[in-house]
Write a protein that binds this ligand. Structure first.
Ligand SMILES: *[C@@H]1O[C@H](CO)[C@@H](O)[C@H](O)[C@H]1NC(C)=O
Ligand SMILES: *[C@@H]1O[C@H](CO)[C@@H](O)[C@H](O)[C@H]1NC(C)=O
Ligand SMILES: *[C@@H]1O[C@H](CO)[C@@H](O)[C@H](O)[C@H]1NC(C)=O
Ligand SMILES: *[C@@H]1O[C@H](CO)[C@@H](O)[C@H](O)[C@H]1NC(C)=O
Ligand SMILES: *[C@@H]1O[C@H](CO)[C@@H](O)[C@H](O)[C@H]1NC(C)=O
Ligand SMILES: *[C@@H]1O[C@H](CO)[C@@H](O)[C@H](O)[C@H]1NC(C)=O
Ligand SMILES: *[C@@H]1O[C@H](CO)[C@@H](O)[C@H](O)[C@H]1NC(C)=O
Ligand SMILES: *[C@@H]1O[C@H](CO)[C@@H](O)[C@H](O)[C@H]1NC(C)=O
Length: 596
């Protein structure tokens, strides 16, 4: 590329006004030149430029740090440089010749490579590796072997496969392979005939089924609610009987709540009530119609079912058996199968908590703080404990659909940062000179088990102000930020906040805290006082489900969380965290549960 350093006397505004804006009559350029370069827009441009039919010849593109002094000068074209991400895309066209305008070509080169890597990942997102448009690759000028692994993306197909293996009984009705070896390592051993194999078989005889614990709990016992491992094990066994055709088995088949006033949180709370009833009555819970999965993202059997988002609550065999029984009047009459209409709403919403495990809720560690003091005892501790167990069980394994949603969310929020980070570890000549090393067993079997990268430490904040006012005392965003500052005082390396909110007002307010870095999903938010129900309707079913689901799971993964225990949603997040190894992160709540 032609060096342009000799033209440094030309200010950027002139470069832009005379060249870039000239070509701004191309639609895709207008979008991007005119500012706000989110990842989405950049990518869009990138692809659009590459696939443009050619009547507008894009000479080249380059990225400049928005902080370059010349960029902020006042001029008619200053609005070209509204850098939302810290990069500004500057397009230059000079009769088809490629030109880069820069004060520091190296820096420019670096930014360009970051974008290239980011775009390559975008192209790979939610596509399997062998399924990528080869034409696209040649246009990007990349070979897939030149693209390093994205640290923030999970291989969803492979994860789902491993989880399937961990969610199914072994030969002769043995428990799933939960013993000691993790994930793929375990599968690898089973596929190979190694000496380890026979030793393994021998060693496994020492494990009794009751001693093995499900792999979806992380952290030590002290990092979780009491008895979490045992309870998760027992619920799974309860929901996955040896033989679903056993005539002694009884079932409870329940639809999810569908009334429009019910948020996802309330729907979950309802189903959690059914799970308690099922355990108490020794029935297998089978969940049926789930309106939130009634959209075209959920395909085949998972359409309109929980199994679109998470692994089903019971096995396919038991589900089929329950559905068969539902067709038989006698089965209803004799109570082999029951449904929602068999129970009063009091039993569902405020029913008896299973006592099978004693009363472990008396031993909850007091790590929740409200108004400056740790809450030692409160009412309904049993319900809090049970909801945590039940939600953890229901969400034990994500489907690849959910996993893909999270990939997209992470890529949009952290993708550029990840690209920058990875680029630093690559040889300077990337992408030209790149060693094409096949993945070693270490990468494939050991390090694969690590969770995708997110910028830690991360604080998740769920701010709900709108129409919740009727059920709890509403707290302003300032109070949330006051608590965030408090965490930061103790953990000064904390500066990232994943902000989950439906209120545009909250997003606007976050702008006035420049010493924090906020991440949030790009979605239309509630403005003014529209009701939650009508707001959700305006988003459409798919978005209005996927968006909160992503935020819920991000909140589960985050290092810290601030929310309002008064809302069912935050109550459930609290439950997921307390069964996900995060008890000792502590929970700062802006208010107390309305029932406490
Ligand atoms: C957010 O999404 C809308 C469309 O859904 C799009 O028009 C807008 O450019 C996006 N904004 C950012 C910052 O990505
Ligand atoms: C930019 O404009 C603002 C107000 O419009 C003015 O105060 C400032 O001096 C201008 N800066 C330059 C570099 O011209
Ligand atoms: C992922 O794939 C689905 C369907 O295949 C598609 O609708 C969606 O736009 C894709 N998302 C991205 C970010 O490519
Ligand atoms: C990409 O890399 C593979 C393996 O190194 C090689 O076989 C293939 O020819 C390369 N393709 C291109 C287009 O360079
Ligand atoms: C594993 O053992 C079986 C029979 O014992 C043999 O047929 C097969 O080839 C072996 N596989 C490998 C990978 O060694
Ligand atoms: C399951 O139970 C049914 C009914 O008792 C029986 O016919 C069937 O053989 C059993 N299946 C297995 C694998 O034990
Ligand atoms: C919070 O604590 C302070 C002093 O400890 C007390 O005066 C105040 O009433 C409490 N507020 C609430 C909402 O409990
Ligand atoms: C909602 O806001 C509009 C105007 O801002 C107002 O007229 C209306 O009374 C409000 N409704 C409620 C329920 O607060």
């Amino acid at each position: 590329m032609e060096s342009t350093t000799q033209r440094n006397d030309i200010t950027f505004e002139r470069v832009v006004s005379s060249k870039a804006l000239k070509m701004g009559n191309s639609f895709s350029c207008q979008i991007c030149v005119a500012g706000f370069l989110s990842g989405v827009c950049l990518t869009y441009f990138f692809l659009a430029a590459l696939t443009s039919s050619g009547n507008v010849e894009f000479g080249g593109f380059s990225l400049l740090p928005a902080s370059l002094g010349t960029l902020s000068q006042n001029s008619s074209s200053s609005d070209v440089f509204i850098g939302i991400e810290s990069y500004t895309l500057l397009l230059t066209v000079d009769n088809g010749a490629r030109k880069l305008h820069s004060q520091k070509d190296e820096e420019l080169d670096r930014k360009e490579k970051i974008m290239l890597l980011y775009s390559a990942w975008t192209a790979m997102l939610n596509k399997s590796e062998d399924n990528i448009d080869s034409e696209l690759w040649s246009k990007l000028g990349l070979n897939i072997s030149q693209v390093p692994k994205a640290p923030h993306l999970e291989n969803c197909k492979s994860s789902a496969q491993v989880n399937k293996f961990l969610d199914i009984r072994g030969e002769n009705g043995r428990n799933p392979g939960w013993e000691n070896w993790k994930g793929l390592l375990r599968m690898k051993v089973q596929q190979e005939n190694s000496t380890v194999d026979t030793e393994q078989v021998h060693a496994e005889k020492m494990f009794k089924s009751e001693d093995t614990y499900p792999p979806w709990i992380s952290g030590s016992d002290e990092d979780n609610f009491p008895l979490t491992r045992k309870v998760q094990h027992d619920i799974w066994i309860h929901q996955h009987p040896l033989n679903c055709s056993d005539p002694n088995l009884r079932f409870l088949v329940a639809d999810w709540e569908t009334k429009p006033g019910f948020g996802i949180g309330a729907q979950l709370a309802g189903m959690i009530g059914f799970l308690a009833i099922a355990i108490n009555e020794k029935r297998i819970l089978v969940t049926n119609y789930f309106n939130r999965a009634d959209h075209d993202g959920c395909k085949g059997r998972s359409r309109s079912h929980w199994s679109c988002y998470f692994f089903p609550e019971t096995s396919i065999e038991c589900r089929d058996r329950a559905f068969d029984l539902m067709k038989i009047q006698e089965a209803w009459d004799s109570g082999i199968v029951t449904g929602k209409h068999n129970y009063r709403s009091k039993d569902i919403w405020a029913g008896r908590i299973p006592k099978v495990w004693g009363d472990p809720w008396l031993f909850l560690q007091p790590t929740t703080e409200i108004n400056g003091s740790l809450v030692r005892h409160h009412r309904k501790m049993d319900r809090r404990w049970w909801r945590a167990q039940a939600i953890r069980y229901l969400m034990r394994f994500q489907t690849d659909y959910t996993c893909d949603l999270l990939n997209v969310a992470r890529h949009t929020a952290f993708g550029l940062q990840a690209a920058e980070m990875v680029l630093e570890s690559l040889p300077g000549a990337w992408p030209e000179a790149v060693a094409n090393n096949p993945l070693s067993d270490m990468e494939q079997y050991v390090w694969r088990e690590h969770k995708p990268w997110i910028p830690r430490p991360l604080l998740s904040m769920h701010v709900r102000i709108g129409d919740k006012a009727c059920e709890m005392k509403v707290v302003g965003f300032e109070e949330y930020m006051r608590l965030a500052d408090r965490i930061r005082k103790r953990f000064p390396n904390l500066k990232n906040i994943w902000l989950s909110t439906e209120m545009q007002e909250v997003i606007d307010k976050s702008m006035s805290y420049p010493n924090w870095k906020f991440y949030y999903t790009n979605i239309t938010r509630q403005v003014g006082n529209t009701s939650m129900a009508s707001y959700e309707a305006s988003l459409g079913r798919k978005t209005s489900t996927n968006y909160p689901m992503i935020n819920f799971l991000m909140a589960t993964e985050a290092d810290f969380f601030i929310g309002a225990l008064g809302s069912t949603w935050c109550f459930l997040i609290d439950g997921m965290r307390n069964t996900g190894g995060k008890v000792m992160a502590g929970y700062l709540s802006v208010n107390r549960d309305r029932f406490w």
